[in-house]
Design a protein around this ligand. Structure first.
Ligand code: HAM
Length: 422
């Protein structure tokens, strides 16, 4: 778990803001679910997934309830859907922290953030297209160019069951060639063996039966429609029959957004798929559903690698320098902020020189200077700090203290025009 300090924290907030803008324009409303749920909500993710068996932060609370910190949002969203019975299709988005007891490394943390969307109550393959394309659009909006959409379908539940059987038989026949870890995985869920990144397993995985040979006509049609729709929207994708995803609830369409710059163990920037059985598993009516979650921590690492969506220090519009003790700066900054102008000041009665240095460092557009002469005359001095440097500033001028806000606003408008038409 990590501390996120400024200016990085502002980048996190901007990330969520951009995501919200993209998905709200597509009709998704934000849902805020509790950080804690009854453990049973999350065990529905699948008893054979590491997330449930090894990584859950679960405990018994003072009321003897067995609860857990959420390891993801999808199960919570389905629980909320069952509880509130909203009109379908229910289109929601979310942002927040999740907890998984993983082995921490670059791009993998025990507390990490996701943004995501879920749609409950529609089976339409063009919805799958919309969902995948929205994630793609968001990555474009951040400026990322090295993201690949990997796409697969796990078929209908019966197709998937037949496939699992064939896969289990195949791996069982060659079990001595599998790594020890994959042998253990095989006893729990043969599909997850396909997820192994160990070199020892690579050859066997390459020769394994593929899911596409097990699709029913219905699953094949649905998947074909998804691919056609993505083509129609010019969203490039790569078919990946080995894409099984780490959670057990998936059926039919599954997909991942893979970053081009990260190590293979952490290059899934986000992923999702259909999970048509989960609402029922949580006590609701059978409900088709699809969604994705994007890892914020990991996506920002990809942004660093690609040199896009950089953290920005927020420079104030104005830095108020007060050589009379500080009360003038306190009043002026509050007045300016009240008028929607961001304003900073120095503390501890520092010298004029030290305050001007602080003004430079803050990268403010203007300095407002108040000394004892100004207080006596009922004026203030406005000094443009061009390129954030007092030394390079244009001509300073004196204005009536009562005109502070209007004059600062004028000067800021002037500075903005100059910047756009130098
Ligand atoms: P997931 O693949 O487990 O899917 O997580 C989605 C993304 O969250 C990953 O691609 C990764 O970027 C990020 N992530 C996961 N674990 C960590 C970690 N320990 N540290 C940093 N980032 C991490 C889900 O969570 C599903 N709920 C997605 C979904 C939504 N499927 C349908 N709807």
């Amino acid at each position: 778990m990590r501390d996120i300090l400024p200016p990085e924290s502002a980048r996190w907030r901007r990330f969520v803001q951009v995501f919200g803008d993209v998905v709200e324009a597509a009709g998704y409303g934000q849902v805020i679910t509790p950080l804690l749920e009854d453990l049973g909500v999350f065990t529905r993710i699948g008893e054979a997934t590491d997330v449930v068996t090894k990584e859950m932060y679960d405990f018994v609370d003072k009321g003897q309830r067995h609860i857990a910190l959420r390891p993801e949002f999808t199960a919570s969203v389905c629980r909320a859907f069952v509880e509130h019975n909203p009109v379908t299709p229910w289109k929601v988005w979310y942002a927040g922290s999740n907890f998984r007891y993983e082995k921490p490394q670059r791009g993998r943390y025990r507390q990490f953030d996701q943004v995501g969307i879920e749609v409950l109550g529609s089976d339409d393959p063009t919805l799958d297209v919309e969902v995948i394309a929205l994630g793609w659009e968001f990555y474009r909006r951040l400026g990322l160019r090295q993201v690949t959409v990997r796409l697969n379908s796990l078929g209908e539940p019966a197709d998937r069951a037949d496939y699992m059987q064939a896969l289990a038989a195949y791996f069982a026949a060659h079990v001595d060639q599998l790594s020890e870890q994959s042998q253990e995985t095989l006893t729990k869920n043969p599909l997850r063996v396909l997820d192994s990144k160990r070199r020892q397993d690579a050859a066997l995985i390459a020769g394994a039966p593929i899911i596409a040979d097990f699709y029913s006509a219905e699953a094949a049609d649905h998947f074909a429609a998804v691919q056609a729709g993505l083509g129609d929207l010019h969203v490039p994708f790569v078919l990946d029959p080995g894409l099984v995803r780490g959670l057990d609830y998936y059926r039919r369409t599954t997909f991942e957004y893979q970053g081009g710059t990260l190590d293979s163990a952490q290059n899934a920037l986000g992923g999702g798929g259909r999970y048509d059985g989960l609402v029922e598993a949580l006590g609701g009516k059978p409900t088709s559903a699809i969604g994705f979650a994007l890892g914020l921590d990991r996506t920002l690492l990809a942004c660093d690698d690609e040199g896009v969506f950089a953290a920005q220090s927020a420079a104030p519009d104005v830095f108020v320098v007060d050589t009379t003790g500080g009360i003038q700066a306190l009043r002026a900054t509050f007045e300016l902020r009240g008028a929607g102008i961001s304003a900073e000041r120095a503390y501890d009665g520092r010298s004029m020189k030290s305050q001007m240095k602080a003004a430079d460092r803050s990268a403010a557009t203007l300095a407002v200077i108040i000394g004892s002469d100004e207080v006596e005359a009922g004026t203030v001095v406005i000094r443009p700090l061009r390129a954030g440097s007092a030394a390079d500033g244009g001509a300073q001028f004196s204005v009536h203290r009562t005109d502070l806000v209007a004059q600062v606003r004028n000067a800021l408008d002037g500075a903005a025009t100059k910047q756009s038409n130098p």
